[in-house]
Design a protein around this ligand. Structure first.
Ligand code: PLP
Length: 358
């Protein structure tokens, strides 16, 4: 694995660091980035760490016209013991390849990608904030770079990793959000690209998000694309409900993103012997549970927020309040446990955490 040769060009014009309490999500980037190029028939080549900088592409590059691009989102944490930790990085690289396959893009070597990431983090280690709740957000992505306007898979690609220090998601403590159930637009259908982390899924979701913003809701809840009946996800998070003591989450049906936080939560709940089921969940079931006083908790899960409790749902003009708009006991416990394991403050019984050793 360490056969990997990465050429490192250090940045001589280092940027000033932004204090952790002033960091806005995804606006500040570290001093370096990783790039590798792919050429059909040659494979991946020119692995390099270079100063963070704009990239130059031909205006006819496939990415601009036909959207051949995929990405990942992951985090590195710096704990009080000075150790940097990644959370299940092999899962992210595995999923990146699943996305690549769906978009007819070349696969990366997962071990090489993790090795490249570790070296990049080592170079930019001083950028990882240490304050509680902070982390280094990592965005690996791939783009089709070939200069050619034909609709076909490109012959050249770049795989890039950029990193952004992020402040605490919950500055005033973990708090529930209001969610608008989307009845007009859909995110994905089985057979489409819903299971891939690819740009088009997010571009097509912006319209619904705009409406939600205007009405004072922070995210939309997506329903299935055929009957608008079954729950899929919340914004760019998977979603869980606690109904009458049982935790349920929509099963991976071919249009839902296979979240790493989602799968970790399921594992954690099983470990705690909390009943958890992956199955179809209809909006009507949520409505009935609410009316019968059985909708105990609801929360979204994803790398950025880890757990995002839901305090209110609006569906076809009806309002369902969850747990009096307060963060539920299970949501809190899951948040504390998962973030504790990620940061290295709690024991990791699952082997999820990868320490970066110098
Ligand atoms: C990234 C993402 C998630 C959450 O995945 P994690 O691996 O938990 O971060 C869920 N839904 C969508 C649509 C996503 O893009």
């Amino acid at each position: 694995m360490s056969s990997l040769k990465i050429q490192i060009t250090k940045n001589e014009n280092k940027k000033e660091k932004v204090p952790a309490d002033q960091l806005l999500f995804g606006r500040t980037f570290t001093d370096h980035m990783f790039i590798a190029d792919y050429t059909d028939g040659v494979g991946w080549h020119d692995y390099r760490i270079v100063p963070y900088q704009p990239i130059t592409l031909d205006p006819s590059a496939t990415i601009f016209h036909y959207g051949q691009t995929v990405f990942e989102g992951m985090k590195a944490y710096l704990a009080e013991d000075g150790v940097v930790r990644l959370f299940r990085p092999e899962e992210n690289m595995k999923r990146l390849n699943i996305s690549c396959d769906r978009l007819s893009m070349p696969k990366i070597d997962e071990d090489h990608a993790i090795e490249a990431l570790k070296q990049l983090i080592e170079v930019d280690k001083e950028w990882i904030p240490a304050e509680p709740g902070t982390s280094l957000y990592i965005r690996p992505f791939m783009i089709a770079t070939e200069a050619h306007l034909g609709v076909s898979a490109a012959l050249t690609y770049s795989f890039i990793i950029i990193m952004s220090p992020v402040g605490s998601y919950y500055k005033e403590g973990i708090h529930p959000v209001k969610i608008l159930v989307e009845n007009e637009y859909v995110r994905a259908v089985a057979g489409g690209t819903g299971t891939a982390k690819t740009a088009g899924n997010y571009a097509s979701g912006l319209k619904a998000q705009e409406v939600a913003d205007r009405e004072g809701y922070s995210q939309v809840l997506w329903l299935d694309g055929i009957e608008r009946k079954y729950i899929e996800e919340v914004g760019s998070m998977n979603v869980f409900f606690k109904i009458d003591g049982e935790v349920v989450t929509p099963s991976l049906n071919g249009s839902i993103l296979d979240g790493i936080t989602r799968k970790s939560i399921i594992q954690l709940l099983k470990h705690w012997n909390v009943p958890v089921t992956e199955r179809k969940v209809s909006m009507e079931e949520i409505r009935e549970a609410y009316l019968n006083g059985k909708l105990d908790e609801a929360f979204g899960t994803g790398t950025a927020a880890v757990i995002s409790p839901i305090g209110e749902l609006r569906w076809k003009g009806e309002l369902f309040y969850v747990n009096n708009g307060e963060t539920g006991e299970l949501s809190s416990k899951l948040y504390e446990t998962l973030t504790g394991i990620q940061k290295g403050n709690l024991l990791d019984p699952f082997g999820w955490v990868v320490e970066i050793k110098e």
